[in-house]
Write a protein that binds this ligand. Structure first.
Ligand SMILES: [Zn+2]
Ligand SMILES: [Zn+2]
Length: 186
C-alpha cells in the first residue's frame, strides 16, 4: 500500500511568508505537515475539506522544525499527535524519541535533516509515483542554494545529499510548489 500526498497550499517567502502545508492520506489515516503561517486558515481548511477530511480526524501533525512559520496553526488539529525531531506530543503527554527513521504510518517516515536548524526533519512518503519528500532543505525550486537563515550550511548540504541519495521522485519544499529531483536548485 502507498500513501497520497496533497499540497493544501504552496508556501512562499517574499514580503510575506507562508508555509507549504501538506496533507498525507495513508490507509485511512490523515497526516498534516507544517500547519504554519498562511494568509487565512481557510487556505488550509478548505482544501482539506475538499479531501473529505475533518480537522478533528487528523491523526498526526509533523513539524519540519520549530520556526513559527511552520507551526502557527497547529491548534487546528485538536486530536492529533504532534511530531518533531525529538518527541511526540499528544494532549499532556510528551514522549521522547528520535525522529530519524520513525515510522508515522505504514508509508510515512521521518528523516533527520539538520542544517536550516538543528531540529529539521524531512517527511518521506512512499506513493504510487515514487518517494515524495516534504522538506525545508530547499525553500522552493528557486533555491536559495545558500540558505541565508541556515544555522549550519555544511550540515544542510550534507542533509541534501543524503536525501537525494534516496532518489525522491518529488520534493515538496516548505516555501514553494513541488518540483522533481532533476530540478533541484544548485
Ligand atoms: Zn525555518
Ligand atoms: Zn520556513
Amino acid at each position: 500500500m502507498t500513501a497520497e500526498v496533497h499540497v493544501l497550499c504552496a508556501g512562499y517567502a517574499h514580503e510575506r511568508v507562508a508555509s507549504t502545508v501538506v496533507a498525507i492520506l495513508d490507509e485511512g489515516r490523515a497526516i498534516v505537515v507544517d500547519p504554519g503561517m498562511v494568509s487565512d486558515r481557510s487556505t488550509i481548511l478548505d482544501p482539506l475539506a475538499a479531501l473529505g477530511v475533518d480537522p478533528a480526524d487528523v491523526g498526526d501533525v509533523v513539524f519540519s522544525h520549530h520556526h513559527p512559520d511552520h507551526t502557527l496553526n497547529a491548534a487546528l488539529f485538536e486530536r492529533a499527535r504532534f511530531h518533531d525531531h525529538w518527541a511526540i506530543y499528544e494532549r499532556d503527554t510528551w514522549t521522547d524519541r528520535q525522529a530519524d527513521g520513525f515510522q508515522v504510518s505504514g508509508s510515512v517516515r521521518l528523516m533527520a535533516t539538520p542544517g536550516h536548524s538543528a531540529q529539521d526533519v524531512t517527511t518521506l512518503v512512499e506513493t504510487s509515483d515514487g518517494l515524495v519528500a516534504c522538506t525545508h532543505l530547499w525553500w522552493s525550486e528557486q533555491g536559495p542554494v545558500q540558505d541565508p537563515r541556515a544555522e549550519d550550511q555544511v550540515a544542510l548540504e550534507l542533509s541534501r545529499s543524503r536525501l537525494l541519495e534516496l532518489g525522491p521522485s518529488l520534493i515538496v519544499p516548505d516555501h514553494g510548489a513541488p518540483f522533481g529531483a532533476d530540478a533541484v536548485p544548485g
